[in-house]
Design a binder for this molecule. Sequence first.
Ligand code: ATP
Ligand code: MG
Length: 219
Amino acid sequence: MPEERIGLLGGTFNPIHLGHLRAAEEIEEKFSLAAVLFIPSYIPPHKLTTEIAAPADRLAMVKLAVQGWPRFAASSIEIEARETSYSITTIDKVKRAYQDAWLFFIVGVDAFLEIETWKSYREVLEQCRFIVVSRPGYSLGQAKKVLPGEYRDKILDARGLGRVGQSSIRKNQIFLVDIQALDISSTEIRRRIRRGEPIKGLVPEAVEEYINNNRLYQE
Ligand code: ATP
Ligand code: MG
């Protein structure tokens, strides 16, 4: 039996949108993932404003968004920890929960470009395989430039590959994947809500309803 492959997609999810789901769907297929865990980060209450919804609301929206996707799940691992979320801590915990699985940390290129600012980022790169996905407005190739030299030979440009087979997955591989990314961001969604503009087609319907019912992101 080949190892079970699990994708982790972390984010503020403020709110979750169709761009996140599109990325997860494409990666789940290409890498034959058994599951993708969506992990909203904990943001301490003193940082909450109308700009950042409460952890419970962000988690509730992620749960609504993954309904109907058999391989997607919401994970409350960071929110339950009630402390600033660091990827290294989360990866350690997920590794303990899924001991025999191969973990793939899915990240948009915009977030990956800042990897050097992550806590213990070298350790993060050693603990987990990475899948860096494209996003409108960012160059996927830039991802190669931000890494220290010793990590560059771990990069596999998976743009030409169809499904990614066992043989392409070495330990600590960093895959670059050009997905059909949607030009959607949570920032833009929040801006539209503040201005009273519709967000139809940007988030799942159930998430739109949740935002309306709870009057999130309105000033
Ligand atoms: P914000 O504008 O508030 O930063 P966001 O849309 O960037 O929100 P995040 O919660 O910050 O959403 O993103 C979580 C992860 O999903 C990050 O790795 C990010 O790069 C990735 N991501 C977000 N939107 C897209 C998208 N449209 N296409 C591909 N990846 C995305
Ligand atoms: Mg972001």
